[in-house]
Design a protein around this ligand. Structure first.
Ligand code: SF4
Length: 295
């Protein structure tokens, strides 16, 4: 068994088990099976030490996450998806940032709490969850009381998510596609729809529907769905899935901010923004189904 590199108290069984999943790495559905504890890297491009590109209060997230003090974001470099329209390719694909230890992430969380942020928001966390869980454990022992947000592209394995039970208060997964061919073409992940739906089911099992206090999220599931041109995201199917198989009261942010970034401008299907009609029909459908649509 590999041990988390730290001089602090020992960690829980869940953290140890997460750490073990890095050798051979089966932390996410890519199942690269490399030894990340010994410096090897797989699809996500990150070994055992996470690379953080930025830390700070963020006021551009959903208003339920921002409150007065902002969402305390920690952006992780690298990604287990290969989206050709990535809006953060310098972070996700070029992996700009600095390597950080468990203790440094824990201190960053405590700093965000001191600043007045209303949550700790882990952006693109899937491939670095062993360190995140260890850092949460460390920070909670030192007084961290804020809700934690798991802000993921939604390509997460259930086995890993089960080990995160109790560490995460708010799950915020993307639901990007309902069609396997589109998921393969745009993100190199043909099994994304099935993996994503199974992951969202597990997330909801752990935390339930989104709850708020004074209009700020405290616990639960918040789904993000980015509308793509030509209905490539499969919005109707995703909304039906949430309404019929997760909860009719699921909170969803139907997003209109798609624009062709990274390699998308050379791809004829996605080299434009979605039209107003394309966005509104998806959002209206979610409202008709009775979901809790963030407006
Ligand atoms: S976390 Fe990274 S190395 Fe591990 S299976 Fe996923 S993509 Fe591969």
């Amino acid at each position: 068994m590999a041990l988390p590199p730290t001089n602090t108290d020992s960690f829980s069984d869940s953290v140890q088990k997460l750490w073990d999943l890095m050798n051979p790495c089966t932390l996410c559905p890519r199942n690269c099976k490399v030894d990340r504890t010994n410096g090897q890297t797989g699809f996500c491009g990150i070994a055992d030490m996470p690379v953080v590109s930025s830390v700070g209060p963020h006021f551009g997230e959903e208003s339920v996450l921002v409150g007065r003090g902002g969402s305390g974001t920690i952006f992780f470099a690298g990604c287990n998806l290969g989206c050709i329209f990535c809006q953060n390719s310098d972070i996700s694909h070029q992996r700009h940032g600095s390597k950080v230890t468990i203790e440094e992430i824990a201190e960053a969380m405590l700093g965000l709490q001191k600043f007045g942020c209303c949550n700790i928001n882990f952006v693109t966390p899937t491939h670095v969850v062993p360190t995140i869980a260890a850092a949460i454990e460390t920070a909670r022992k030192k007084g961290l009381a804020l809700p934690t947000v798991y802000n993921t592209g939604g390509y997460d394995s259930v086995e890993t998510l089960k080990l995160l039970d109790g560490f995460i208060d708010i799950y915020m997964p993307d639901m990007k596609y309902s069609d396997s061919g589109v998921a393969d073409e745009l993100s190199s992940a043909p099994d994304y729809p099935q993996i994503n739906q199974t992951a969202v089911r597990e997330m909801h099992r752990q935390v339930g529907d989104l709850t708020t206090k004074n209009s700020v999220a405290t616990h639960g599931l918040l789904v993000r769905h980015l509308v793509l041109p030509e209905n490539l995201a499969g919005s109707i199917e995703i909304i039906d899935f949430l309404s019929e198989q997760i909860s009719p009261k699921t909170t969803i942010n139907v997003m209109d901010q798609y624009r062709p970034c990274f390699q998308a401008s050379s791809h004829t299907k996605i080299n434009r923004r979605p039209s107003r009609d394309e966005f509104q029909s998806a959002q209206q459908y979610a409202l008709q189904k009775g979901l809790n649509v963030l407006l």
